[in-house]
Structure formats: structure tokens, C-alpha cells
Design a protein around this ligand. Structure first.
Ligand code: MG
Length: 284
């Protein structure tokens, strides 16, 4: 199933895209105003009570206000791991090889914005804003110490995230939070799809800046798989329904170029993940 969080007639609503016609949206009852309500309902998701077409709604991030920080995996595609280590922006770089254990950090939920929103480059705090196309996992049920072979049972579905990063802040402060979590630095959407819609062994991910292809990969190339990531994060830490895990970005980010190619006012970043959707945002 494919879910949208939208603004419709002044209200935030959750809608299902009709399988027969993706332009037709079926709104869930108003009590389901957030995708978090849908995730919490498990198998008890009600049928749509009202229908509209795409043109009648404003798309929002699938989860505009996450309950907690968004968990993120760093350096989880081999070629990106090498480009980041060699870029001079990785203050922990000791080797050009891939990490032995997953690198986990987070972005505050307050950084989330929706598809199509214009993102402020915040020139008073950074001059080195970069893009990172990523598949994000939505956790569907509570769990701790989850074994790898059970981890997919905890996946509700997926969405698209741009893990926007201020590289100068990431480098200067010798940690990742300040560079990762400014307002607007987590565009998300346009939709969330349930687990059955995505084949992790063969899902293509691309990122364009102003129609120039910058990143291209397949989720089968992840260094640490989705089940491995969930298992490691949940060691002694309880994952909750609605938690988001951004799984890492492939090679081709701005700092992978020499000289680096940071985002400029007017740039449009378009991320496409097969069968999940196209997330597009312009920067100012
Ligand atoms: Mg990232």
C-alpha cells in the first residue's frame, strides 16, 4: 500500500493512493491524521471514507513530526565510504576501507520538511551544504535486541529522505549532529510505502542536481543490510513504532568531487527510489 500525508481543506489527513488510479486519493477517517496513527493501528487500518484527486491536496512529509530523532547510518555504501574518507571532511578518517561496524548518528525530527518545500541554505551558518539521497526505513513495532533473522518483521515500510548536510559544521565540530540537523535539512517523501512494495535486493536509487545525475546505486550494494542495521541499533535500545532509519547514501555527493560541488541558491535536488517515489526540493 502507498500512503500520503497531505493538507486537504485546511486539515492534515492521511490518504491511500488507489491501486487502479494513482491520481485518486482515498482519505482515511479524520482520526487518522498522521501516518503514526496508521502504523500504530497495525492490521486495523480502516478503509477510505472520502476521495479526492492529487491536484486538490498539498503534499506533506509522510511523517511531518517524528516522535523522536531520525536515526541515520553513515558511510554505508562502499564507494561513498571511500569518497568521504578521502574528502578531508571526515575528522575520524583513519582508513579508506569500509567501516567495521555501522556508524550511527541522528537528525532531530524538527529538521523534517515535505516534498516541494524550498530549503534555506542558511548562509549565516554554513557555506557547504551537500545532498545525500537515502532510502529510509519506517519501524512498525516496538522491539529491542532484535536478531538479524527477525529484523524484517519490525519494518513497516519505506520512504525517501535527503540527508542534507552542512559539511563545514560536520568537519569543524568533529561530530555529525550540528551539520545534519539544521531546520529544513531532512526533506522527506513524497509517500511512504509498505514493506511489501520494496525489494531490498534490487531497488534503484538516483539523485539529480538540476537534471545532472550525481548519485546512482542499488540497495543491494548497502554495506550493512537493513536487517543488520536494525539489529545493531536495537542492541540495548528499544525501537518504537514510527522510528525512522535513513540507511546511508551512495557515492556522488558534493564532497566527492574535486573541487567539491556544494548546493547553491536555485539548485533543485531530485531523488528517485524505485517504487517509492521522487523527492524534489529547491534550495534558496
Ligand atoms: Mg547520510
Amino acid at each position: 500500500m502507498r500512503f500520503l500525508t497531505v493538507r486537504y481543506e485546511g486539515q492534515q489527513r492521511v490518504a491511500i493512493e488507489a491501486e487502479s488510479d494513482p491520481h485518486q486519493l482515498g482519505f482515511l477517517p479524520p482520526a487518522f491524521s498522521s501516518l503514526l496513527d496508521v502504523i500504530d493501528a497495525g492490521d486495523e487500518v480502516p478503509a477510505p471514507v472520502e476521495w479526492a484527486v492529487f491536484d486538490d491536496v498539498q503534499l506533506l512529509a509522510p511523517i511531518p513530526c517524528p516522535r523522536r530523532n531520525i536515526l541515520c547510518v553513515g558511510m554505508n555504501y562502499c564507494e561513498h565510504s571511500i569518497e568521504f574518507s578521502q574528502s578531508g571532511f571526515d575528522t575520524s578518517a583513519t582508513t579508506t576501507s569500509q567501516p567495521e561496524f555501522p556508524i550511527i548518528f541522528s537528525k532531530f525530527g524538527s529538521s523534517v520538511v515535505g516534498p516541494g518545500e524550498i530549503i534555506d541554505l542558511l548562509p549565516h551558518v554554513t557555506s557547504q551544504v551537500d545532498y545525500e539521497a537515502e532510502l529510509a526505513v519506517l519501524i512498525g513495532k516496538q522491539g529491542r535486541d532484535i536478531p538479524v533473522d527477525k529484523a524484517m518483521d519490525f519494518v513497516w515500510g519505506y520512504t525517501v529522505i535527503n540527508d542534507v548536510t552542512a559539511r563545514d559544521r560536520q568537519k569543524r565540530h568533529r561530530q555529525w549532529l550540528l551539520g545534519k540537523t539544521p531546520d529544513g535539512f531532512c526533506p522527506m517523501g513524497p509517500r511512504a510505502v509498505t514493506r511489501d512494495e520494496v525489494d531490498l535486493s534490487d531497488t534503484r536509487l538516483t539523485c539529480y542536481v538540476n537534471d545532472e545525475l550525481r548519485q546512482e546505486a542499488n540497495t543491494r550494494e548497502l554495506i550493512f543490510s537493513v536487517p543488520e542495521i536494525i539489529s545493531v541499533i536495537s542492541e540495548g535500545f528499544t525501537l518504537q513504532p514510527g522510528d525512522l532509519i535513513a540507511t546511508g547514501t551512495p557515492a556522488g555527493v558534493g564532497i566527492g568531487y574535486d573541487p567539491p560541488r556544494f548546493l547553491k541558491p536555485g539548485d533543485c535536488v531530485r531523488i528517485e527510489i524505485s517504487n517509492v517515489g521522487i523527492l524534489e526540493n529547491t534550495f534558496k
